[in-house]
Ligand binder design. Structure first.
Ligand code: NAP
Length: 256
């Protein structure tokens, strides 16, 4: 019961890493608000968590909408009297080099991956500063190293990395008791990756899979629960001395 009695919000919780994180936090005693732009997906995750004997509730949320952020964060405090953990997990990926990325794609990726995390972090600090809390921002290895095929995604995830540090320093200086850290997953088997690979066509998918597996020192892609375990640690009091840090969970990809 590593996060017993805490109240958590996981964005993009209807799928992949967000769904695994919601399960993991609930298993360890948190009441988890699972939000997603796809309410049906969030409801399915919540049904599974409740069926397993734990506590969760589903909400529709588009992380690019500042009014929805205000409503969901204040609603959590009104309903449950506390708000301890925010996992800014919702994210999208679109491929494109610096030459062929359209301004529209650049803005769409940054609106979800970067602005969504900015809005969430700001909204959470507004209510957490009364009693403290832990904010975990899901960046990526793509926020640490470049990839020629995903210029906008690289930029959005690097923004999350530095915004996390700036916000962490601000909260420490103000004595809010709020810790903010980023998590950097490597290649993880989620719908984002599996569907992306399927859309490549058979030949490109095979080449991509060979490239990915040969680039990962441990020789396999990660599972959503591998990331959820790291988030759980950052959410719990076990990481009380960590803020402004980067937790890389990538099977050794960035160690070379
Ligand atoms: P996923 O399976 O696609 O799940 C992402 C969830 O976020 C989906 O349910 C998606 O809904 C939702 N979402 C998209 N736009 C949203 C918005 N504007 N507001 C609220 N929810 C929204 O992806 P994942 O692989 O679990 O990725 C989760 C996070 O980890 C992302 O930030 C991603 O960039 C990061 N990450 C993933 C990997 C990886 O290898 N999988 C590696 C590094 C980092 P829809 O399905 O309806 O769009």
């Amino acid at each position: 019961m590593r996060v017993e009695k805490k109240v958590a919000l996981v964005t993009g919780g209807g799928s992949g890493i967000g769904a695994a994180t919601s399960h993991r936090l609930a298993e360890e005693g948190a009441l988890v608000v699972v939000s997603d732009i796809d309410l049906g997906a969030a409801e399915q995750v919540v049904n599974d968590i409740i069926a397993a004997g734990f506590q969760a509730e589903a909400h529709h949320q588009d992380v690019t909408d500042s009014i929805q952020w205000h409503d969901i964060v204040n609603g959590i405090v009104d309903d449950h009297g506390r708000f301890d953990i925010l996992v800014n997990n919702a994210g999208i990926v679109l491929t494109g080099t610096i030459e062929d990325t359209t301004l529209e794609d650049w803005r769409q990726i940054n609106a979800v991956n970067s602005e969504g995390v900015f809005l969430g972090t700001q909204a959470a600090i507004g209510v957490m500063k009364r009693a403290g809390g832990s904010i975990i921002n899901i960046s990526s290895i793509e926020g640490l190293v470049g990839d020629p095929l995903i210029a906008a995604y690289n930029a959005s995830k690097a923004a999350v990395r530095m915004m996390t540090k700036s916000a962490a320093l601000h909260c420490a200086e103000q004595g809010y008791g709020i810790r903010i850290n980023s998590v950097h997953p490597g290649f993880i088997e989620t719908p984002m990756v599996v569907n992306g690979v399927a859309a490549m066509g058979e030949e490109n998918a095979k080449a991509f899979q060979e490239y990915v597996l040969s680039s990962i020192p441990v020789g396999a892609m990660g599972k959503p629960r591998d990331i959820a375990n790291g988030v759980l640690f950052l959410a719990s009091d076990e990481s009380a001395y960590m803020t402004g840090s980067e937790l890389i969970i990538d099977g050794g990809f960035t160690a070379r």
